[in-house]
Ligand binder design. Structure first.
Ligand code: MN
Length: 199
């Protein structure tokens, strides 16, 4: 079963002026497509090697599955986590849980922004099913800094391809812009889905 690049849930220019049409085009059509292609290619190599009973190259292909698979998964969530009508703050159960687990929305946001400022990849809000709580994570590449079993519910891409064309080295301005387009309904859907499985 090969993986396919999902269509954006809005037009390429829908996130302007916060994220430019050009950046969304490059990011979705080139970078995200590259992770989809890399994942498919690695899975083909693994299947061919199993058929041949020859596992040379299989370890490299498994590493590629992690890198490209996490890239594909997180980019898919990232696109859904934004919307031109987004912004504002969370409400409902998700808002209550953020307050419970971080003290306040402001405290959660300050911590998430610190993650986004430091990461060499992604800032993630995740649900940790072991401790049954929300956590923020600093992720390098697409997978370094992962917490086993934790499910991302909000993903912010801070790779340079995500913002440099629009904001140059001012990553903080990009993080501020992201909060103008966060689709809290999608974050709440992710949260409700994962919590219903574990609580
Ligand atoms: Mn990216």
């Amino acid at each position: 079963m090969s993986h396919e690049l999902p269509e954006l849930p809005y037009d390429y220019d829908a996130l302007e002026p916060h994220i430019s049409e050009q950046v969304v085009r490059w990011h979705h059509d080139t970078h995200h497509q590259g992770y989809v292609n890399g994942l498919n290619s690695a899975e083909e190599t693994l299947a061919e090697n199993r058929d041949a009973g020859d596992y040379d190259g299989s370890a490299a292909a498994m590493r590629s599955v992690t890198h490209n698979g996490c890239g594909h998964y997180l980019h898919t969530m990232f696109w859904e986590n934004m919307h031109p009508d987004g912004g504002r703050t969370p409400d409902g159960d998700l808002a209550d849980r953020i307050e419970e687990d971080f003290g306040s929305y402001e405290a959660w946001k300050g911590e998430f922004e610190a993650a986004a400022g430091a990461a060499g990849g992604w800032a993630l809000l995740v649900y940790d099913p072991v401790d049954k709580r929300l956590r923020n994570l600093v992720v390098d590449k697409h997978d370094q800094g992962a917490l086993w079993g934790a499910h991302p519910v909000l993903a912010l891409d801070v790779w340079e391809h995500s913002y440099y064309h629009d904001y140059g080295p001012a990553r903080g301005d990009f993080i501020d812009a992201f909060f103008e387009v966060v689709n809290w309904d999608s974050v709440a859907d992710n949260y409700d889905t994962v919590v219903s499985r574990h609580e």
